[in-house]
Write a protein that binds this ligand. Structure first.
Ligand SMILES: NC(=O)c1ccc[n+]([C@@H]2O[C@H](COP(=O)([O-])OP(=O)(O)OC[C@H]3O[C@@H](n4cnc5c(N)ncnc54)[C@H](OP(=O)(O)O)[C@@H]3O)[C@@H](O)[C@H]2O)c1
Length: 296
């Protein structure tokens, strides 16, 4: 299968580059190779490449900055997928478009959010991602695969894990929001699951996250505990739980954004690993880098 992956070297696109190639021929495209907002360039690239599948990892992901850069966020997150979907429709390529838990507001939710729940985004970023999904559905219908995920991390940040490790290395204590709940997800869980769903020839909308639920506070405590046990941090740091209103941000965030992943799990006949398991495996890579640097 010939697969074009956009948005390289973003953290998800970089994860596809780490996957065993198997029978796939991957082509990774940075913004310089293909700017997804440039309709003509997208059409040319997709027509010339004769790809079986396009995986759109290109996105405007600066959630807070999007509040003041809405035009740029709309271009990348709405016009981008529209251009890719139109080009895929012309060539018959399959489009996998990656979306987010932020399409939901999660204000009243208290149980995992089903794939067909109504969108109620609270931020510019969430609205752009919701409209990007709608563009893909309008052009390709159920021939597209839309995959929503949440709280993505890898050692190639910036993301919550890399930010926490940096702050935990230089401070004695941290205050972290405890009243927003979701599922931290390692990028490799997402890329592996997308490849599995492609192999199963799946179409439609899926939720893919690591299993387990955490608040940002729980996640920070997990990072501190696991990184200390591996010698990445000298000692566990004190993490103080705070409320959302104690840490104001330009963009509002869902208080509950746990996604119901049963649809993907039932097709693949396996459930995702727990977020602490993938976090620990990911921090093994950081530990190896530290040992290499120290010549151990
Ligand atoms: N990160 C999360 O916590 C999270 C959670 C849920 C869902 N998601 C979704 O998961 C997907 C992947 O996210 P990620 O964390 O891998 O994002 P990321 O690390 O920010 O990578 C995004 C990539 O897209 C590129 N890009 C931006 N504008 C572009 C354009 N006009 N044309 C082509 N490429 C462009 C960026 O390039 P530059 O560096 O040049 O800007 C970057 O390489 C996105 O759809 C995101 O909405 C992410």
């Amino acid at each position: 299968m010939k697969i074009l992956v956009t948005g390289f070297p973003g953290q998800l696109a970089a994860s596809f580059a780490r996957m065993p190639v198997g029978s796939h021929a991957f082509e990774f495209a940075s913004r310089a190779d293909i700017d997804v907002t440039d309709e003509a360039a997208v059409r040319r690239k997709v027509a010339a490449g004769a790809y079986d599948t396009i995986v759109n990892c290109a996105a405007y992901t600066a959630v807070d900055r999007a509040e003041s850069e809405a035009d740029e966020a709309y271009l990348v997150n709405v016009a981008g997928p529209r251009n890719l979907a139109a080009a895929a429709a012309e060539t018959g390529s399959k489009l996998v478009h990656v979306s987010t838990d932020f399409v939901f507001g999660g204000r009243d939710a208290s149980r995992p959010i089903p794939v067909d729940a109504l969108h109620s985004p609270l931020s510019v970023y969430g609205r752009t991602k919701s409209e990007g999904e709608a563009e893909v559905r309008a052009i390709l219908g159920d021939r597209a695969m839309i995959v929503r995920t949440s709280w993505l991390h890898s050692v190639n940040g910036p993301n919550f894990v890399t930010t926490m490790l940096r702050l935990m290395g230089s401070r004695d204590s941290l205050r972290v929001v405890a009243d927003q709940v979701g599922s931290p997800t390692h990028v490799d869980t997402l890329s592996k699951t997308i490849l599995g769903l492609l192999k199963a020839d799946a179409c439609g909308t899926f939720h893919v996250t690591d299993s387990g639920v955490a608040s940002w506070y729980d996640f920070a405590v997990g990072i501190s505990e696991i990184a200390s046990a591996k010698g990445i941090l000298q000692k566990p740091i004190t993490v103080e739980p705070i409320r959302t209103e104690d840490y104001p941000t330009p963009a509002a965030r869902p208080s509950y954004s746990v996604l119901d992943t049963t649809r993907a799990a039932s097709i693949l006949e396996e459930s995702a690993p727990h977020w602490r398991t993938t976090l620990s495996a990911s921090l093994d890579d950081v530990q190896r880098e530290i040992m290499n640097d120290r010549g151990i």
